[in-house]
Write a protein that binds this ligand. Sequence first.
Ligand SMILES: *[C@@H]1O[C@H](CO)[C@@H](O)[C@H](O)[C@H]1NC(C)=O
Ligand SMILES: *[C@@H]1O[C@H](CO)[C@@H](O)[C@H](O)[C@H]1NC(C)=O
Ligand SMILES: *[C@@H]1O[C@H](CO)[C@@H](O)[C@H](O)[C@H]1NC(C)=O
Ligand SMILES: *[C@@H]1O[C@H](CO)[C@@H](O)[C@H](O)[C@H]1NC(C)=O
Ligand SMILES: *[C@@H]1O[C@H](CO)[C@@H](O)[C@H](O)[C@H]1NC(C)=O
Ligand SMILES: *[C@@H]1O[C@H](CO)[C@@H](O)[C@H](O)[C@H]1NC(C)=O
Ligand SMILES: *[C@@H]1O[C@H](CO)[C@@H](O)[C@H](O)[C@H]1NC(C)=O
Ligand SMILES: *[C@@H]1O[C@H](CO)[C@@H](O)[C@H](O)[C@H]1NC(C)=O
Ligand SMILES: *[C@@H]1O[C@H](CO)[C@@H](O)[C@H](O)[C@H]1NC(C)=O
Ligand SMILES: *[C@@H]1O[C@H](CO)[C@@H](O)[C@H](O)[C@H]1NC(C)=O
Length: 580
Amino acid sequence: MKVAQHCSLLLFTNSLLLLIFSGLGVHSLSYDYSATTECIAEPHRAQYGGGIIVNPGFDDNIEGWRVFGKGTIDERISNEGNRFIVARNRTHPLDSFSQKVQLQKGMLYTFSGWFQVSEGSEIVLVIFKTSGSEVIRGGHVIAKHGCWSLLKGGIVANISSHAEILFESKNSKVEIWADSISLQLFSETQWRQHQDENIERVRKSKVRLQVTDINESALEGAKVFINQTKASFPFGCGINDHILTSKEYQKWFVSRFKYATFTNQMKWYYTEKERGVENYTIADAMLKFTKDNDISVRGHNILWDNPRQQPEWVKTLSPEELKEAAAKRVESVVSRYRGELIAWDVMNENLHFHFYEDKLGKNASEEYYAKAYHLDPNTTMFLNEFNTLEYSNDSHSSPQNYLKKLEQILSFPGTSGISAAIGLQGHFGPDPPNMPYIRSALELLSTAGVPIWLTEVSVSPHQNQAHYLELILREAYSHASVEGIILFSGPATAGFNETTLVDENFQNTDAGDVVDNLIRDWEILPPKAIADNTGFVEISLPHGDYDVTVTHPLTNSSKTLKLSVGKSFPQETIQVKFHT
Ligand SMILES: *[C@@H]1O[C@H](CO)[C@@H](O)[C@H](O)[C@H]1NC(C)=O
Ligand SMILES: *[C@@H]1O[C@H](CO)[C@@H](O)[C@H](O)[C@H]1NC(C)=O
Ligand SMILES: *[C@@H]1O[C@H](CO)[C@@H](O)[C@H](O)[C@H]1NC(C)=O
Ligand SMILES: *[C@@H]1O[C@H](CO)[C@@H](O)[C@H](O)[C@H]1NC(C)=O
Ligand SMILES: *[C@@H]1O[C@H](CO)[C@@H](O)[C@H](O)[C@H]1NC(C)=O
Ligand SMILES: *[C@@H]1O[C@H](CO)[C@@H](O)[C@H](O)[C@H]1NC(C)=O
Ligand SMILES: *[C@@H]1O[C@H](CO)[C@@H](O)[C@H](O)[C@H]1NC(C)=O
Ligand SMILES: *[C@@H]1O[C@H](CO)[C@@H](O)[C@H](O)[C@H]1NC(C)=O
Ligand SMILES: *[C@@H]1O[C@H](CO)[C@@H](O)[C@H](O)[C@H]1NC(C)=O
Ligand SMILES: *[C@@H]1O[C@H](CO)[C@@H](O)[C@H](O)[C@H]1NC(C)=O
């Protein structure tokens, strides 16, 4: 280990974990946002001093660590004098070094560690093996030889149990090297506190007003009313064709959302059911509805790489025919809506599937990104995938593979200047969402420097559905690189049976309450403030446009000003002066 980061002191009392910080406030607990995909010569020091890991930096040889499976483990020292652990003579993917930890039910555990392999490059996973022999994957990294890569991830403990932390690499011929291993636990309350701190930092700015009268005397008790006219953060929801015929659905949607995605109505299988017979009636009508109501729309999707999600007639085309039909499709839909959408999902789910690659060659996706960009150069072109946040065990769409695909698209001839973005569907199951893993995945993806959107958020029906939905949405909102969230949910009457927000009578479900409360927190609060005895008012406002009305404490006369509050909102105090 090397290079000091901040350190924290841990005290255990009656198995209650207290965290105490020296002068740095709670911020010293804040998750390290300096995520890196770089492979570096010497690893950094263990995060959080290693947390609950014994001998995290191998300063005490390999004390606290034991062999898992077969093979040999020992300490090695680099030419620079850095000490680390090595698992060698492995014969099985799980043969590695391990340490036992005690997991507490309901706690969130963030894992980090630096890895290297003895040759080439291999995926290394961190595994939590509970006493019930359950094997939980906590994240992975592509470890290389010759430099150190950071693995970040974690788990949520849904039972109290002993667990063994160990490591997996499919290629048992390579040695696994590791250093600066850390496992830090957080309660859900602490986690929520981080989210709130990050939200304060990345989504809000402080607005300061000073209210005075004609003689520049402070007007104590002046009332300041704040009315948000437009929220900066795009928080939207999917819609389907029921919106064209249901007035209640329209009213419900329009009073909440300014962003939408059509769940199916722009898809190829929807607009060209029969070969050569295009029908955009529904999509056009939905787009008219959104325009009339000042709602921005993400285009979903141009093509879909899943073989099962093609129009029936497309499934049996020869490669030559497919090439022609797909070119026509792209041209048709992208030209039709050119300049009218805020985004396109270009080749949906091309990390899991490869229908077009199989038939047309390995650059098929890249070519369609270039083509769509050429047809509609001002619209952001997204990748759109599932399981990147939802499950740590799906390596197809792991953050690392996602970044690799994005890089292939960005470096492909014809995409130069493209405005590309990362789309994460976010269809969560009924298990507790792995918050530490979600955070590490977002951090890793943010290194690409392009916008990240959650594009189709849903949570399976479950007694904790609303709670999980809130955790996930707050996590995304608290991360600076996330620039928008779209739910795939809605009223029961429109068929949204997975994450239903309002029942048959348009009464909120618990999930509906979560969404409405977040809209209120992110877009509306706080509505009112009162000037102190120096005439001073300070309010933290979510980024957006506001009408601010100040009323004189004695005469009740009022002044209104328009404010546009963004990241670089001026720190200076705004003077509000009454001429009486
Ligand atoms: C490697 O492992 C095999 C099988 O467990 C064992 O027979 C052999 O002695 C080991 N070699 C070394 C160098 O440890
Ligand atoms: C804990 O989570 C795992 C994996 O998500 C799941 O398989 C298991 O059933 C859960 N156990 C309990 C007690 O909820
Ligand atoms: C402002 O000052 C002038 C001159 O001292 C005084 O006549 C007037 O009443 C003051 N106005 C207010 C609103 O205090
Ligand atoms: C807030 O602004 C909206 C939109 O401009 C307007 O319709 C509404 O009346 C305002 N409300 C208040 C309390 O000023
Ligand atoms: C196109 O679709 C609409 C809506 O489903 C339908 O009413 C219309 O008849 C279709 N047009 C043609 C030419 O098939
Ligand atoms: C793209 O945007 C730029 C700048 O706003 C504008 O000049 C240009 O005409 C737009 N191009 C298209 C094809 O809409
Ligand atoms: C990942 O885990 C989930 C739930 O724990 C399970 O349903 C799914 O089949 C797993 N996927 C893979 C690729 O192992
Ligand atoms: C795919 O694109 C790359 C450029 O990114 C090019 O070097 C390669 O030849 C292409 N392969 C095929 C099969 O077209
Ligand atoms: C929702 O509806 C679809 C289509 O009718 C069905 O396949 C699915 O099982 C339903 N899901 C739930 C949770 O009821
Ligand atoms: C100002 O408004 C308050 C509360 O509405 C009222 O009690 C008071 O009489 C008003 N003062 C003037 C000067 O109109």
